[in-house]
Design a protein around this ligand. Structure first.
Ligand SMILES: Nc1nc2c(ncn2[C@@H]2O[C@H](COP(=O)(O)OP(=O)(O)OP(=O)(O)O)[C@@H](O)[C@H]2O)c(=O)[nH]1
Ligand SMILES: [Mg+2]
Length: 312
């Protein structure tokens, strides 16, 4: 007799873009699904600057989902804004499913479609790819019944394969989300079992430095920070790394360095600890700070400093 559960157990795999406006928790959600910190996430909007692949795999039922974390979607401001939106749009191409992340409304906001989500909905209009809507940060929602109104408002805009409320920081409902995504994917496993990401370790090292710098600065400073690795030498039980934090104004350089160098010291210590956890070895990290005037407003420099493509 045919096993009635057999249908639900067939192997499935595919590529799934995670898109949404800045700061809704896309990168945090990817890390929570993977059960490890792969991509950087900060309270500052505009943290993710280029698409990064993270492959989730599970044996029961056999599933592989190659998630593509993308930069926050918004109407572009300046040259860096254009680079970010172009990169997010590229992430949307060639995927089997889209996870569109939004966040639960603040107590003062109406349970309605967020104005900034209209740009995301517009970008999704032209594709036939199934879309799963994730309403993240439900841990912050005091009146859970507000979700119903919110779900109705989004459903009026388009059809969704499923709508899943989540809390990425608490890990709420991630299994339900994975089940819904799995259901949209083609049959068969296509990824190498060891495949986790398309980026080399060096990429994540420079991202961890940028994250520490973004976390230790405020207002418009974090958005104008980039990180370049100048050297990366693996020795027997140590990795020796030299890097440069790029800022767009001399006043930002002073902020990143801080009084008597306190801020850059803190950035360096925090980044080193994170990098040591990543590479599993002791790290020697030396950082410099350089001004590239107005780089976020210059199309060529913004592309060069925000997008990192390196051989894996
Ligand atoms: N309370 C709460 N905070 C969350 C949740 N998910 C993410 N956050 C926080 O939201 C902030 C933004 O998270 P990110 O993951 O960087 O957001 P993002 O959508 O990737 O942002 P961009 O890369 O700028 O587009 C961080 O401070 C996270 O800790 C959640 O479920 N609940
Ligand atoms: Mg992000």
């Amino acid at each position: 007799m045919a096993d009635p559960n057999n249908q639900a157990k067939e192997p499935r795999s595919g590529r799934c873009a995670i898109v949404g406006r800045p700061n809704v928790g896309k990168s945090t959600l990817l890390n929570a699904i993977l059960g490890q910190k792969l991509v950087i996430a900060t309270p500052r909007p505009g943290t993710t600057r280029s698409c990064v692949l993270g492959v989730y795999a599970s044996a029961d039922p056999p599933t592989q989902i190659a998630f593509v974390d993308t930069p926050g979607f918004e109407r572009p401001k300046g040259a860096l804004g254009h680079v970010l939106i172009d990169s997010a749009k590229r992430g949307l191409l060639d995927c089997d499913t889209v996870v569109f992340v939004t966040e639960a409304p603040k107590p003062s906001a109406p349970a309605a479609v967020h104005e900034k989500d209209l740009a995301v909905l517009e970008a999704l209009e032209t594709s036939n790819t199934p879309v799963v809507l994730v309403i993240n940060k439900v841990d912050k929602l005091k009146q859970k019944e507000r979700l119903f109104g919110l779900i109705e408002a989004y459903q009026e805009k388009r059809a969704f394969e499923a709508i899943v409320p989540t809390s990425a920081t608490r890990g709420t409902n991630l299994d339900a989300l994975l089940d819904e995504i799995r259901g949209t994917l083609p049959e068969g496993l296509i990824y190498d079992p060891d495949f986790l990401t398309d980026r080399p370790e060096r990429f994540f090292v420079s991202e961890l430095v940028r994250e520490a710098a973004m976390l230790n600065t405020r207002q418009e400073v974090p958005y104008g920070i980039a990180c370049e690795l100048d050297s990366y030498q693996e020795e027997e039980d140590l990795v020796r790394i030299e890097g440069t934090l790029v800022v767009e104004k001399p006043s930002h350089k002073a902020i990143v360095i801080g009084t008597r160098g306190e801020t850059i010291k803190k950035i360096s210590t925090e980044a080193r600890e994170q990098i040591e956890a990543l590479v599993g070895r002791k790290v020697y990290l030396r950082l410099w700070v350089k001004v590239v005037p107005g780089w976020t407003r210059d199309p060529v420099k913004a592309r060069q400093l925000a997008i990192k493509e390196e051989p894996g």
